[in-house]
Design a protein around this ligand. Structure first.
Ligand SMILES: [Zn+2]
Length: 259
């Protein structure tokens, strides 16, 4: 692992990091500067990820479905939207979901200076901590666009980068049938599914996706759980209590329904 990290670091600092990050492969794990794009292909499990929110009311409707289906997801949230809907983010954490960073304002990180990249990470961190007292330690760069500087700054901040395996492309309005078909056509062991909370068609599609995949024998895990099932496993604590909130009592995941 140490050799891989050094190799990866050298590649990254040389500015040669590929636009599309490498996939995790069995027996290798994911070096810090690469994005997790697929979990352990030997396990019949899936990580459902939902980006760009929280948008109201779509995010709350998706949470209702996830609660009814007893599925935990990972939400990659945008800091400015967290500020608009902090109660929705608190509900995500309280209901056992994972919350990761999708930057402060959804900028393409590979176009920014180091200072601006840090500001994008810190802006989302602060919004999430203010909303629910938890820290984010997963980062999904908008558009999967990142470079060596992004990877280095993310690693310095304690982040793991997260990509995806299966994209429903529901960031534009498309029929729910198409969302379902796009997901079910490509899912395999260890897939990371990417949905968005922009349009009601995703709300219509989600129960069909969840039920179909359950029938196929898949179980749903959060991204941190998926990282812990790689070989070698990578330990990421799911939304630890933020340093600034340690003295404040916050509800533990799964103990309370939010607003
Ligand atoms: Zn996005």
């Amino acid at each position: 692992m140490a050799t891989l990290v050094l190799w990866c670091g050298a590649l990254g600092y040389a500015g040669m990091l590929p636009d599309r990050p490498a996939r995790a492969v069995p027996g290798r794990g994911v070096p810090p500067c690469e994005a997790l794009e697929q979990g352990n292909p030997g396990r019949r499990e899936i990580a459902l990820t939902i980006d760009d929110g929280p948008h109201d009311p779509i995010a709350r409707q998706l949470l209702d479905i996830l609660r009814a289906e007893d599925v935990r997801a990972t939400f990659f949230v945008v800091g400015k939207r967290v500020r608009e809907h902090p109660g929705v983010v608190a509900r995500m954490v309280n209901e056992g979901h994972e919350v990761g960073s999708h930057t402060a304002t959804h900028r393409r990180l590979d176009t920014l200076s180091d200072v601006m990249i840090r500001a994008q990470l810190l802006g989302c961190e602060a919004a999430v901590e203010s909303a629910c007292g938890r820290r984010v330690n997963l980062l999904r760069p908008p558009g999967a666009r990142y470079n060596a500087a992004t990877a280095r700054i993310a690693e310095e901040g304690g982040y793991r980068l997260v990509g995806w395996t299966v994209a429903a492309k529901d960031f534009v309005e498309v029929p729910s049938d198409l969302i379902v078909d796009r997901v079910l056509a490509s899912v395999t062991n260890g897939s990371i599914i990417l949905l968005h909370d922009d349009y009601p068609e995703t709300v219509t599609a989600l129960p069909r996706i969840l039920r179909a995949l359950k029938r196929q024998g898949y179980r749903f895990v959060t991204v941190s759980e998926m990282l812990g099932r790689l070989s070698p496993p990578i330990r990421v604590e799911r939304n630890p209590v933020a340093p600034s909130a340690r003295s404040t009592a916050f509800a533990e995941p799964g103990t309370a329904a939010g607003p």
